[in-house]
Write a protein that binds this ligand. Structure first.
Ligand code: GRF
Length: 191
Protein backbone atom coordinates (compact mmCIF):
# COMPACT_ATOMS: atom_id res chain seq x y z
CA UNK A 1 0.00 0.00 0.00
CA UNK A 2 1.44 3.39 -1.03
CA UNK A 3 0.68 6.09 1.55
CA UNK A 4 0.21 9.73 0.63
CA UNK A 5 0.10 12.83 2.83
CA UNK A 6 -2.24 15.76 2.30
CA UNK A 7 -1.05 19.27 3.27
CA UNK A 8 -3.91 21.74 3.76
CA UNK A 9 -4.38 25.09 5.50
CA UNK A 10 -8.13 25.53 5.29
CA UNK A 11 -11.57 23.98 5.14
CA UNK A 12 -10.42 20.67 3.63
CA UNK A 13 -13.32 19.88 1.29
CA UNK A 14 -10.85 18.59 -1.32
CA UNK A 15 -8.96 16.57 1.28
CA UNK A 16 -12.24 15.00 2.42
CA UNK A 17 -13.11 13.95 -1.15
CA UNK A 18 -9.64 12.49 -1.77
CA UNK A 19 -9.56 10.54 1.50
CA UNK A 20 -12.99 9.01 0.79
CA UNK A 21 -12.13 8.24 -2.84
CA UNK A 22 -8.90 6.41 -1.94
CA UNK A 23 -10.54 4.31 0.77
CA UNK A 24 -11.59 1.88 -1.97
CA UNK A 25 -8.35 2.13 -3.99
CA UNK A 26 -6.34 -1.12 -4.26
CA UNK A 27 -2.88 0.39 -3.69
CA UNK A 28 -3.20 3.97 -2.44
CA UNK A 29 -4.25 5.48 0.89
CA UNK A 30 -4.04 8.84 2.61
CA UNK A 31 -1.76 8.07 5.56
CA UNK A 32 -1.47 11.56 7.09
CA UNK A 33 -2.98 15.04 6.97
CA UNK A 34 -0.73 17.93 7.97
CA UNK A 35 -1.74 21.54 8.46
CA UNK A 36 0.08 24.73 9.39
CA UNK A 37 -3.09 26.00 11.13
CA UNK A 38 -4.25 24.35 14.37
CA UNK A 39 -7.84 25.42 13.78
CA UNK A 40 -8.04 24.34 10.14
CA UNK A 41 -11.31 22.61 9.23
CA UNK A 42 -9.35 19.94 7.39
CA UNK A 43 -8.09 18.49 10.70
CA UNK A 44 -11.56 17.68 12.03
CA UNK A 45 -12.64 16.26 8.67
CA UNK A 46 -9.57 13.98 8.55
CA UNK A 47 -9.98 12.84 12.17
CA UNK A 48 -13.64 11.97 11.51
CA UNK A 49 -12.42 9.76 8.65
CA UNK A 50 -9.84 8.10 10.90
CA UNK A 51 -6.78 9.72 9.30
CA UNK A 52 -3.85 10.74 11.55
CA UNK A 53 -3.28 14.51 11.64
CA UNK A 54 -0.41 16.74 12.66
CA UNK A 55 -0.03 20.50 12.95
CA UNK A 56 3.31 22.08 12.11
CA UNK A 57 3.46 25.78 12.93
CA UNK A 58 4.99 27.97 10.24
CA UNK A 59 8.58 27.98 11.64
CA UNK A 60 8.72 24.17 11.53
CA UNK A 61 8.16 24.10 7.77
CA UNK A 62 11.68 25.29 7.04
CA UNK A 63 13.17 22.67 9.40
CA UNK A 64 14.22 19.81 7.14
CA UNK A 65 14.53 17.18 9.86
CA UNK A 66 11.14 17.97 11.46
CA UNK A 67 9.30 17.75 8.13
CA UNK A 68 11.14 14.79 6.61
CA UNK A 69 11.18 12.77 9.86
CA UNK A 70 7.40 13.27 10.24
CA UNK A 71 6.73 12.06 6.68
CA UNK A 72 9.17 9.15 7.10
CA UNK A 73 7.50 8.07 10.35
CA UNK A 74 4.23 7.69 8.42
CA UNK A 75 5.95 6.00 5.44
CA UNK A 76 4.76 8.76 3.09
CA UNK A 77 5.71 8.31 -0.59
CA UNK A 78 3.81 11.21 -2.14
CA UNK A 79 2.26 14.54 -1.17
CA UNK A 80 -0.99 16.24 -2.21
CA UNK A 81 -1.41 19.98 -1.59
CA UNK A 82 -5.12 20.73 -1.16
CA UNK A 83 -5.33 24.38 -0.24
CA UNK A 84 -1.92 24.68 1.38
CA UNK A 85 -0.82 28.29 1.71
CA UNK A 86 2.89 28.01 2.49
CA UNK A 87 5.58 27.73 -0.17
CA UNK A 88 6.98 24.20 -0.38
CA UNK A 89 10.65 24.35 0.65
CA UNK A 90 13.30 23.17 -1.82
CA UNK A 91 14.37 20.27 0.44
CA UNK A 92 10.87 18.84 0.19
CA UNK A 93 10.75 19.16 -3.61
CA UNK A 94 14.14 17.41 -3.76
CA UNK A 95 13.05 14.64 -1.35
CA UNK A 96 9.86 13.98 -3.37
CA UNK A 97 10.83 14.58 -7.02
CA UNK A 98 7.78 14.32 -9.29
CA UNK A 99 5.74 13.23 -6.28
CA UNK A 100 4.09 16.43 -5.05
CA UNK A 101 0.79 17.54 -6.64
CA UNK A 102 -0.98 20.86 -6.15
CA UNK A 103 -4.37 22.13 -7.24
CA UNK A 104 -4.83 25.73 -8.29
CA UNK A 105 -8.32 27.22 -8.75
CA UNK A 106 -7.63 28.78 -12.18
CA UNK A 107 -6.27 27.89 -15.62
CA UNK A 108 -2.51 28.38 -15.13
CA UNK A 109 -0.41 30.11 -16.25
CA UNK A 110 -3.17 32.74 -15.93
CA UNK A 111 -4.04 33.97 -12.43
CA UNK A 112 -1.17 32.19 -10.69
CA UNK A 113 1.85 33.07 -8.59
CA UNK A 114 2.38 34.68 -5.20
CA UNK A 115 -0.75 36.05 -3.56
CA UNK A 116 -3.05 34.29 -6.03
CA UNK A 117 -5.06 32.02 -3.73
CA UNK A 118 -8.67 31.56 -2.64
CA UNK A 119 -11.04 34.41 -3.46
CA UNK A 120 -8.19 36.59 -4.77
CA UNK A 121 -8.08 34.27 -7.79
CA UNK A 122 -11.82 34.40 -8.51
CA UNK A 123 -11.94 38.18 -8.02
CA UNK A 124 -9.09 38.54 -10.52
CA UNK A 125 -10.91 36.30 -13.02
CA UNK A 126 -14.11 38.32 -12.52
CA UNK A 127 -12.29 41.64 -13.00
CA UNK A 128 -10.45 40.37 -16.07
CA UNK A 129 -13.67 39.88 -18.02
CA UNK A 130 -12.53 36.38 -19.00
CA UNK A 131 -15.42 34.10 -20.00
CA UNK A 132 -13.66 30.92 -18.91
CA UNK A 133 -11.88 29.69 -15.80
CA UNK A 134 -11.24 26.32 -14.19
CA UNK A 135 -8.72 24.22 -12.28
CA UNK A 136 -5.11 23.25 -12.79
CA UNK A 137 -3.49 20.24 -11.13
CA UNK A 138 0.28 20.41 -11.45
CA UNK A 139 3.54 19.04 -10.12
CA UNK A 140 5.22 21.23 -7.52
CA UNK A 141 8.72 22.56 -8.06
CA UNK A 142 10.67 25.38 -6.45
CA UNK A 143 8.71 28.11 -8.25
CA UNK A 144 5.11 28.98 -7.22
CA UNK A 145 2.52 27.39 -9.54
CA UNK A 146 5.04 26.61 -12.30
CA UNK A 147 5.44 22.83 -12.13
CA UNK A 148 4.42 20.56 -15.04
CA UNK A 149 0.68 20.70 -15.63
CA UNK A 150 -0.92 17.28 -15.09
CA UNK A 151 -4.61 18.13 -15.63
CA UNK A 152 -6.91 21.06 -16.40
CA UNK A 153 -10.69 21.40 -16.55
CA UNK A 154 -12.65 24.54 -17.40
CA UNK A 155 -16.03 26.12 -16.83
CA UNK A 156 -17.88 29.10 -18.29
CA UNK A 157 -17.87 32.49 -16.54
CA UNK A 158 -21.04 34.52 -17.09
CA UNK A 159 -20.95 38.33 -17.01
CA UNK A 160 -23.50 38.12 -14.16
CA UNK A 161 -21.34 35.72 -12.12
CA UNK A 162 -20.02 37.11 -8.83
CA UNK A 163 -16.60 36.00 -7.60
CA UNK A 164 -18.43 33.74 -5.14
CA UNK A 165 -20.41 32.14 -7.98
CA UNK A 166 -17.16 31.55 -9.86
CA UNK A 167 -15.63 30.00 -6.73
CA UNK A 168 -18.60 27.64 -6.50
CA UNK A 169 -18.26 26.48 -10.11
CA UNK A 170 -14.50 25.97 -9.67
CA UNK A 171 -14.91 24.03 -6.44
CA UNK A 172 -17.36 21.69 -8.18
CA UNK A 173 -14.66 20.97 -10.80
CA UNK A 174 -12.12 20.37 -8.02
CA UNK A 175 -14.31 17.85 -6.22
CA UNK A 176 -15.20 16.15 -9.50
CA UNK A 177 -11.66 15.73 -10.81
CA UNK A 178 -8.98 16.01 -8.10
CA UNK A 179 -9.46 12.59 -6.40
CA UNK A 180 -9.26 10.66 -9.68
CA UNK A 181 -6.27 12.63 -10.94
CA UNK A 182 -4.44 12.01 -7.63
CA UNK A 183 -5.19 8.28 -7.90
CA UNK A 184 -4.03 7.92 -11.50
CA UNK A 185 -0.96 10.08 -10.95
CA UNK A 186 0.34 8.22 -7.88
CA UNK A 187 -0.85 4.74 -8.86
CA UNK A 188 1.72 4.69 -11.69
CA UNK A 189 5.02 3.31 -10.48
CA UNK A 190 7.36 6.26 -10.95
CA UNK A 191 10.83 4.96 -11.67
C1 GRF B 1 -9.29 25.18 -3.33
O1 GRF B 1 -9.99 26.21 -3.98
C2 GRF B 1 -8.01 24.90 -4.04
O2 GRF B 1 -8.06 25.14 -5.42
C3 GRF B 1 -7.08 25.89 -3.42
O3 GRF B 1 -7.45 25.96 -2.06
C4 GRF B 1 -8.83 25.62 -1.96
C5 GRF B 1 -8.96 24.52 -0.95
O4 GRF B 1 -10.30 24.35 -0.64
N1 GRF B 1 -5.71 25.46 -3.57
P1 GRF B 1 -10.66 23.22 0.48
O5 GRF B 1 -9.91 23.59 1.73
O6 GRF B 1 -10.21 21.89 -0.10
O7 GRF B 1 -12.15 23.30 0.63
Amino acid sequence: MKKLAIFASGNGSNAQQIIAYLESHPTLRIGLVVSNKENAGVLEKAEKLGIPTRVLPKPDWVNESIVLDLLKSFEIEGIVLAGFLLKIPAFLVQAFPGRILNIHPALLPKFGGKGMYGMHVHEAVKNSGDRITGITIHEVNEVYDQGKIVFQASCEVLETDTAEAIAGKVQQLEHLHFPGVVASYFAEDKA
